[in-house]
Design a protein. Structure first.
Length: 433
């Protein structure tokens, strides 16, 4: 019986490989033979702390990747940002050609793990799992991209292609103003046809056609003050804390069921006196239980799948804020963060394209993941200009947490998937079909 199942597996593997061109079979063979080099590059970069605010560490990771990309005959450069942004800058590698699609590949050098956090170096836990700071988000994804490009270069398959590999240095905490931090990134993307983001993959068989955008909101409530014995009366009113509670609860009851829309009040303070420290996300409040609160402040975020949904939610929130309880007044203001990567037809066409590749590889069908499952990322800034896919990087779990993990069993297959995707797109003109 075991021999029969082995025979079936061999038939399936042969059927899949028969769909691959000779070049594509060579790509996979090369990557299998050099998988150890990919893990070595992963270890080297993970073992450098590169929290966003660790400018020197971010640049050191950039030096490592630049060394590798220089070997592949890319033209590499470092994009400096104004000192006022207090960020390391970005690494850009490019090559010019006229064949196939103009590709824009996205990675980032920074992690959420700053220098004042306990350092976790690369550690292989078993034959299928490793841990370390940024091992999945997104140094694993960076290595997927670079290893795929290395295989294509070594086999002479990058000639006459136009590819930009862009590694931002502040994805986890963008320099402000954001439009300055992303100006060069957006301009280069506009000159491309397709963007592929190498943020973490959710297994072998899904990719992201969408990422929700994010913005902020602040609610300021003022009210009459006085002795607490008079609260709820016509003369005294309800106080600022009750009004803030009403507004937040109405947000929940009226908007919570709209698909892909979320809004989180993350910071609140009320009392007789409030002191705000926005730079450090801190507040102090003074108040007594026998005084009706004259002021309350709330700060939160708003996540959305499209600009239409964002604008509609803002209008509904404004309407709720305007219906004040007796003796109170409230105002809400909104700030833009990252736009949404909307689930467009072009993005879904790229899923179909990748699906053919994974079917040909024999690793199963690829489908679009849940559009609401991912927050905003670098690709969000440019998705309205080019057809885009994200989630092309390494798989694992625990991103942004101590003990972040990478799946070492899927890692080689995801590199192969990326290499074949880049290979086919760099030969495809003009429309995908």
């Amino acid at each position: 019986m075991k021999a029969f199942y082995l025979f079936l597996l061999l038939i399936i593997a042969h059927s899949a490989s028969a769909q691959l061109s000779p070049d594509e079979k060579n790509i996979i063979d090369y990557l299998k033979a050099h998988q150890g080099e990919a893990e070595e590059l992963l270890i080297e970069s993970v073992n450098i702390n590169s929290g966003t605010l660790n400018v020197d560490g971010v640049r050191k990771v950039g030096v490592v990747y630049r060394r590798e990309l220089d070997k592949l005959d890319f033209t590499t450069e470092w994009v400096d940002l104004p000192d006022s942004l207090r960020r390391a800058g970005h690494l850009v590698a490019s090559r010019k050609g006229s064949q196939g699609k103009r590709l824009f590949l996205i990675g980032h050098l920074d992690t959420v793990f700053e220098l004042d956090m306990e350092f976790s170096p690369y550690q292989k836990l078993n034959d299928s799992t490793a841990t370390g700071q940024g091992v999945n988000d997104m140094k694993g994804g960076n290595v997927v991209m670079i290893s795929a490009l290395k295989a294509l270069h070594e086999l002479g398959l990058l000639k006459n292609t136009q590819i930009i590999a862009y590694f931002t240095g502040d994805e986890e905490s963008s320099g402000s103003p954001h439009e300055v931090a992303r100006k060069d990134f957006i301009e280069r993307a506009k000159a491309s046809d397709i963007a592929l983001g190498f943020e973490g993959a959710q297994g072998l068989n899904t990719v992201a056609v969408a990422r929700r955008g994010i913005g902020g909101w602040t609610l300021n409530v003022t009210a009459k003050t006085g002795h607490s014995a008079g609260i709820f009366s016509e003369n005294a009113g309800y106080g600022a804390i009750y009004e803030a509670a009403r507004i937040i609860n109405e947000f929940r009851t009226q908007l919570k069921d709209e698909k892909y829309l979320t809004f989180n009040p993350g910071l609140i303070s009320g009392g007789s006196e409030i002191r705000l420290d926005p730079a450090n996300a801190r507040m102090e409040a003074i108040g007594k239980t026998n005084i009706i609160s004259p002021s309350t402040f709330v700060a939160g975020d708003l996540r959305f799948i499209s600009e239409v949904q964002r604008d509609r939610a803002r209008e509904r929130m404004k309407a709720i804020v305007s219906q004040n309880l007796n003796g109170t007044s409230a105002s809400i203001s909104f700030t833009d963060g990252l736009p949404a990567m909307e689930p467009t037809e072009g993005n879904y066409n790229l899923v179909k394209y990748l699906n053919r590749i994974t079917q040909d590889m024999g690793i199963g069908a690829t489908k679009a993941g849940d559009s609401g499952a991912r927050g905003a990322g670098d690709i969000s800034d440019i998705a309205k200009y080019v057809d885009s896919l994200d989630g092309m990087g390494a798989s694992g779990s625990g991103a942004h947490k101590p003990g972040e993990l990478i799946n070492l069993k899927e890692f080689p297959l995801l590199i192969q998937r990326a290499a074949l995707m880049i290979y086919r797109l760099s030969r495809q003109n003009p429309a995908l079909n």
